[in-house]
Ligand binder design. Sequence first.
Ligand SMILES: *[C@@H]1O[C@H](CO)[C@@H](O)[C@H](O)[C@H]1NC(C)=O
Length: 273
Amino acid sequence: MGITSPIFKVLMLNIMIIFSFTTTSVYGNNFNAVFERTFGDHRVNTYGQDSQGLSLSLDKYSGSGFRSKKEYLFGRFDMQLKLVSGDSAGTVTTLYLSSNQKTGTHDEIDFEFLGNVSGQPYTLHTNVFSQGQGGREQQFHLWFLVDETPLRVFRNHEDIGVPFPKNQPMKMYSSLWNADDWATQGGLVKTDWSKAPFTAYYRNFNIDSNAPNAATLSTNGKKTRGAWRTRDLNAWGRRRLRWVQKYFMIYDYCADSKRFTQGVPAECKRSRF
Ligand SMILES: *[C@@H]1O[C@H](CO)[C@@H](O)[C@H](O)[C@H]1NC(C)=O
């Protein structure tokens, strides 16, 4: 199984946003219990004892994806993700939180991993939508372990009129698909279908969160950390974030004055951590 492959990219994605309640509901670490397929038929597979691993694959005909059955408002979402190894050019692996997109004013927090040719870095593309408004991209070149290092912070600046994604419950989504029209070096490098199927692996997820109108959930049954609404980066986290921004950030919407000819968005004028 690919999990033990030498090119072992683990990305522990910790999306931290916050709220507080006290009761804990236990669901276990079983993908089938917590998630459901969104597309891709047999390309979504769970494996291992109690379905503790999941794989998505992409071939010429289709990609694949899954999402949580429940919705969450604030919390911490952990997932270990092994991206497509080797030549992954043209592929995009996503992990994101989104409220109902049909409202036209949805909230969304995006992590998209843009594949690359062998030996070249993945690009992590991030974005934040609040009340339908996105356009807040930051991109990073990835090193191997992301783990507890914070990559992106979006602060609440409602006091200066910037909507904050805090009212609309979200599901957690993931997908693997082909985007060789733009993903790798702006679409120059195409997917090499002779390498298909492309596969991404998932394991050790935990969602420690409150569902709307309900108690705090922790899918692994550990006592919930709670108090999500008031959590913040500590001094170590702020230092790590500065380090990431200094050495790995390759695009920041706040620095793109060509794009925002009328001035960058309001939140860019505030310190972001
Ligand atoms: C792929 O590698 C090239 C060369 O190092 C780099 O410029 C590019 O940003 C990388 N990522 C993507 C998604 O193309």
